[in-house]
Structure formats: structure tokens, C-alpha cells
Design a protein around this ligand. Structure first.
Ligand code: NAD
Length: 348
């Protein structure tokens, strides 16, 4: 079966998911829904992507000389699922206004409340929970990174007593020219826990996790400082083995490869020719991995613009029962060229 996909909202996440869908042999990108005729629409067309818009906006596209293939109604008739990558809250409106009345399935993003879907999804943590579901929410970039890291240990049979994570969030994405801060550290939020810990619990309900977060003037990546307390002693060697064996986790060494900042990780991604300089894996800083008895400390970079892309692809496979968990993760990673350290794709 080839799943026919439409994408609603062609911004930071939507355009990346569109490119990823086009690389999958079990999926077909039918088109994307855009509201505004602009350079991003023009680039999409140059890649062979069909644009659809709302009835009352067609004339705007015509005036701008950007070709539209049809209306939103035309697209939804031709797809099996919509991947909704609109801004926070719009997905929930779209669910009641468009997806429910038309009997469509949909995947939402992490800016929506968990209630928008039947399951909050992370491929490593709970792929099977999304099998056959109609509405799935791929959790946010920070929640995805924390869920992957925690799952790496749970999959390997470790028992976790508690997780405490401190998040230094990027102020804006590179394309967001109106957002900040430009010279501040913002309590984001000032309250504890930040929403990230409870959001991880929508994916891994049994985990004891508390998070705190600030936002700083960078567009590169988020940085997580994570402390995991295990039920019993672990060694650094064991931790290294777990991380090396888990797909979608990459280790960056300061001592042997001179990675000293997040900017260098993005530069690496550009140098190796990754599309848009994306880093879809958790970027764990190898030299930060430290163990004291039963406590692990580490830092990880989170490329907010791209880390959720593989999960959107796996969510489609789970909803349509196309593959088992590890087959889907392997297939996605191969197609997206992520297979760099994932030594084991059959851990369960
Ligand atoms: P974005 O602002 O970059 O893109 C959203 C796009 O949707 C824009 O092009 C906008 O014009 C369009 N849009 C708005 N309303 C629309 C509508 N009614 N119909 C069609 N298109 C519409 O946003 P984003 O950063 O891609 O975020 C999308 C979702 O992904 C949010 O839930 C967000 O929380 C989540 N997310 C974002 C990031 C990130 O760091 N950017 C990371 C993970 C998850």
C-alpha cells in the first residue's frame, strides 16, 4: 500500500516533512496546503510539489503568478491522511472544522494539546500505541529528544528512578525574524516544572521527570542538561554502549573531534551535505557523559527544526499498519540517510 499524504501548513516543520515523505517508497506526497503565495511556495513547485489553498485565496496566488493545483477540498478528497504542521492551536481547529467532518485521518504536531489526538507519539517509546489510530500527535522537539533518550535506557532494560532536565531553549527558528530574545535570558516558563516534563509523561506515563527551561538568543539548537538516576549502579561504558546502539542518537566528541559548541554541530551537518543542515538525531555531547554511582549526567543538542521529521514518517506507518516498529525506524532512517551510529535496529 502507498499512503497518499497531504500537508497542511508549509513552514519550518511542514516543508521538512514534505521532503521526507518524497523520499519514502511507501508514501506519496499529493500536495501541500498554503495560505500565502510567497518564495516558499515557488520553491515547493520547483521541487514538483503541488500547492493547494483556500477557495478565497486562489486569486492571490494567480495574481502573484504562483500556480495552484486546487482547493483544500480538492486535496482532502485525494489523500488518506493530512500531516498538520500549522502553528500551535490551529491543528485542533482544523480537526473539528475539516478532518472530522470529512472522515480524514490526521497527524498533529507538538504545539497542540495532547487531547487533540488519541496518542502522543514517539517512535522509540510507543510506536505500537499508534497502530491503527486515526489521530496521532507527534510530540515537540524537546519532548521528542527527552523521550528518545529515556527510551534508549528503558529498551535496554535499565530501570530509571527519576529524570531531572534543564533546558536552554533557542529563542527562535532561523526564519523567525520577528521573535526574540536578542539580549536576554527569558524564564521560559518561570514555573516548575516547565511543560516539557508533563509532556514526556504523555508518551512515557510511568516516568518521574521534572524539567526547568529558559530561552536564550540563539537560533541554532536547544541544549538539554540531563540527570538520570537509575535503580542501581551503571558504568560510563554501559551508557556509551546504550547510546551507540540506539537509532537517532549521535555522539559528538569534544576531545577527539573538537566539537565545542552547538554551532559546530550545525556546521558539521552542513559540511556533510545534509539538506538544510538538519540534525534529526539527538546530538549527545560525548565528553559530558559522566556517571557517579547510579546517576548519569549528560548534555544533548536538539535541532528543533528537524528532530521530529522521522517521527512524522513513522507515525504514518503505524497508523496505516505498514510496518512493525523497528522495520519502520530502519526504513525511515535509511531513506533520510540517518544511519550513522544506529548499530542495532532490533532492540525490542
Ligand atoms: P511555522 O510558523 O514555521 O509554519 C506554520 C505554517 O502554517 C506557516 O507557513 C503558516 O503560514 C501556515 N498556516 C497557518 N495557519 C494555516 C492554516 N489555517 N492553513 C494552512 N496553513 C496555515 O510553524 P512550525 O515551526 O513549522 O510549527 C508547526 C508545528 O510544529 C507547531 O505545532 C509547533 O509547535 C510544532 N513544532 C515546531 C518546532 C520548531 O521548533 N519550529 C519543533 C517541533 C514541533
Amino acid at each position: 500500500m502507498t499512503v497518499r499524504i497531504g500537508i497542511m501548513g508549509y513552514g519550518t516543520i511542514g516543508k521538512r516533512v514534505a521532503d521526507a515523505v518524497m523520499r519514502m517508497d511507501d508514501m506519496e506526497l499529493i500536495g501541500v496546503i498554503k495560505q500565502t503565495p510567497d518564495y516558499e511556495g515557488e520553491v515547493a513547485i520547483s521541487k514538483g510539489i503541488k500547492l493547494y489553498t483556500y477557495e478565497d485565496r486562489i486569486s492571490k496566488f494567480e495574481k502573484a503568478g504562483i500556480k495552484v493545483a486546487g482547493t483544500v477540498n480538492d486535496l482532502i478528497k485525494d489523500v488518506d491522511v493530512i500531516i498538520d504542521a500549522t502553528p500551535d492551536g490551529v491543528g485542533a481547529e482544523n480537526r473539528s472544522r475539516i478532518y472530522e467532518p470529512s472522515g480524514l485521518r490526521a497527524i498533529f504536531q507538538g504545539g497542540e494539546e495532547a487531547e487533540v489526538a488519541e496518542v502522543s507519539f514517539n517512535a522509540l517509546a510507543n510506536y505500537d500505541m499508534a497502530i491503527g489510530k486515526r489521530f496521532v500527535r507527534v510530540v515537540s522537539c524537546n519532548t521528542t529528544a527527552l523521550s528518545r533518550l529515556i527510551s534508549a535506557f528503558l529498551i535496554h532494560g535499565y530501570k530509571i528512578r527519576r529524570v531531572r532536565a534543564y533546558l536552554v531553549r533557542r529563542g527562535a527558528d532561523p526564519r523567525e525574524f520577528k521573535k526574540g530574545p536578542i539580549n536576554d535570558v527569558v524564564f521560559n516558563p518561570a514555573t516548575v516544572p516547565s511543560h516539557h516534563g508533563p509532556d514526556v509523561q504523555t508518551v512515557i506515563p510511568t516516568i518521574d521527570i521534572i524539567t526547568m527551561a529558559v530561552a536564550v538568543p540563539t537560533t541554532m539548537m536547544h541544549l538539554h542538561m540531563v540527570n538520570i538516576e537509575f535503580d542501581g549502579q551503571v558504568s560510563r561504558g554501559e551508557v556509551m554502549k546504550v547510546l551507540e546502539e540506539t537509532p537517532r542518537i549521535l555522539l559528538f566528541s569534544s576531545s577527539s573531534r573538537k566539537f565545542e559548541s552547538l554551532a559546530q554541530i550545525i556546521e558539521w551537518a552542513r559540511d556533510v551535505g545534509r539538506l538544510r543542515g538538519d540534525v534529526m538525531e539527538n546530538a549527545v555531547i560525548e565528553d559530558s557523559i559522566t556517571v557517579f554511582q547510579n546517576e548519569l549526567f549528560l548534555m544533548q543538542g536538539v535541532h528543533q527544526e528537524s528532530i521530529v521529521v522521522p517521527e512524522n514518517i513513522d507515525a504514518v506507518r503505524a497508523m496505516f499498519k505498514l510496518s512493525s516498529k523497528w522495520d519502520s525506524i530502519r526504513k525511515t532512517d535509511l531513506a533520510l540517510n540517518l544511519v550513522t551510529t544506529g548499530k542495532n535496529y532490533n532492540l525490542s
